[in-house]
Each structure stands twice: as C-alpha cells, then as structure tokens.
Design a binder for this molecule. Sequence first.
Ligand code: PLP
Length: 367
Amino acid sequence: MSKASDMVRTEVTRLSPYNSGLTIAEVMQRYAPARIAKLGSNENPLGPSPTLATMMQASAEIFRLYPDPAGRELRQAIAAKYEFGEDQVILGNGSEDLLSVISRAVLRPGDAVVTLYPSFPLHEDYATLMGASVRRVTVNDDLTVNVDALIEAVRERPRMLLFSNPMNPVGSWLSAGDLSEVLDAAGDETLIVVDEAYAEYAEGGDYASSLRYLRKGDRPWIVLRTFSKAFGLAGLRIGFGIVGDPELRALLDRVRTPFNANGMAQAAALAALADEKHLARVVALAMAERTRVESFLRNMGLDVAPSRGNFLFFNCRQNASAFAEGLLREGVIVKPWKQQDFDSYVRVSIGSPAENDHFMAALSRLL
Ligand SMILES: Cc1ncc(COP(=O)(O)O)c(C=O)c1O
C-alpha cells in the first residue's frame, strides 16, 4: 500500500471515482466536433426561470456577504409550497451534500443500507465510506423496480432505506400503490430516505411523491429534492430535504457546514420556486421530447427502460464506454453506465429539440 492509502480510512480506498463525464471544453479538446449536445448529466435545456437574469444584475451584496446560514427565507418558501413546517426543511449544497450529511450523521460501521440497483452511485458511496454495507435490490429483467424484493429487503430492518423515485439511472418508478407498500414495510429503526430529484418530471398518472404518504405517519423519514433538474440550477448547487421529525432535522443541521447553501443559490432558488409557469414549460418540453427520443430508440430495435425522468436508459448491446466514445466523436455527450451487469447501458438526458436531433442522427450513424 502507498503512504496515501495508508493514511486514509480503508473505506475510502474502496470507493470508485465519480463518473461525472466530460465537460464541453474537454470534448472540444479531444475531438473538436462542429457542435456539441451535452446529454450526460440530466441538465435542463431551457435553464432556470428568466426572472433570474434580472436578479443576478442586482447581486453585488450577495457576493460580498456571508449567506444566511439558516437559509430562512428559502426554507420558509419551501415549507409553504410543500405544506410542512420550516423546522422540517434543511438546505444542501446540492442534494448530494445532504446525502453525505445524512450518511455521516446516521450510519455506523456494519449498518445495512438498502438501495435500488443499478443505483445513483452516491447512494452507495457515502454508505460505503461510513463502513455500512449496501444491499442492492436489482431491477427486474424489463428494468422495472422489483417491488417484492425491495419489500423483503426492507423487512430485514436495515438502518437506512435509500432510493430514488423515479430511479436514476433507469428512470423507472414505484407506482403510488407499490410505494406505499414499501414504505409500510419499514420499521421504526429504519430511516427512510427517498431521493426525489426528478419528481417534478414524474408527477401525475400512477406516480406519487412519497411526501403524500410519509406526512401522515411518525416513522423516521427524509425526502430529498433538488433545484438542479427541472428548476435548471445545476451549476449553483442547491437542494433541500424535508425531514419528518424536526428534532432529526436539527441534529442533521449540526453535521452540515454552516454556509453550505451559498447566497446566490438561495436567492436563485427562491426565484425559481416562484416561477411555476417556467417549470411547467420545462416539464412539458421534456415530456414531449422524451416520447420522441424513446420512439426513435425503440424503432432502432433497442431496449429502453420506461422512464418518468428527463432521461432514458437503454441497452446499446456493446461496451457502453466504447459506444459513448463513438458518440463523443460526433459531439454528443451521454453517460455510459459502468456498474456491474449494466455496462452495456447508456443514459441519455433529454435536451433541447436540436440537441436530441443531434443525438439521434449521431446514433443512427453509429449503429
Ligand atoms: C437521484 C439523484 N440524486 C441526487 C442527485 C444530485 O443532485 P444535486 O445536483 O442536487 O446534488 C442527482 C444528480 O444527478 C440524482 O440523479
């Protein structure tokens, strides 16, 4: 072992680097394509509410001063919108920050964490880092959630049940009925954490936010949301959690860094939350374009997972990294999945109509 790996905790050496993909500048440097469609990180092609541009112009004081460490104004707005108490809302430097805060606060070595697989890697990484063991519940062959296996795993009383709904990277989701069965199976000793990063895209039909079920009971739970996706603020880093028990929220508050939600992000999130028309436009575009791209992929004979997110997960039937490199040469950034048994799968974000056309044309050439 090297000196550096001797220095850190063994759990750190077990982590894989985060697969964040290439930036536009890196792709330009590597292949210099005529144009680039960045479809690897589930960003939102319409961006944030246009009201933000005005707000940014008046923002010199925001840069100079420390932000409100309690994030009071934004927390009040979130509490009002989702109909919870302000004392139940916690802000994060992105929801990924809150995944880290929750894991650091709650998990002890040897604890079990149940999650869906393939998973959002950070759902596993922070648990691994804390010495917890991750129990993966793999999707069915048709890429839908294996609800029975999930219920069985929850009945084993893990310390934490942590999954995203809709699932990232797959896009499939637990129907309202399945969700309530899974949540009902959890005992008091299990902290339920539902990551609803894509909920704004998924609302309606047989999807329901877990907030609807969890608000009634008194079991320990946290629901995570983000401003990075449908609200279009990925670059600013702001997300939030709604915590069932205000006392648990107060304890989690001690674990986060005091100024984890920066002033610009708090102000922008407030403006984004208020612009419901823009949000509706974003969601409508993503839904229409997802239907178009999904039909295209199916017509190409590819297996595509059902999706309620702003992305699609499909089997390219070859090594996904090599396939994604081929698309990069054409100026299209997608995310090749690298987890075991899913390394022939690719996740593509739904972009603007032009970006999606670019992706589909490049994929036609490649196949
Ligand atoms: C399921 C899920 N949770 C959390 C995150 C992190 O989002 P944020 O930008 O809020 O940190 C992502 C981002 O891709 C995600 O897909």
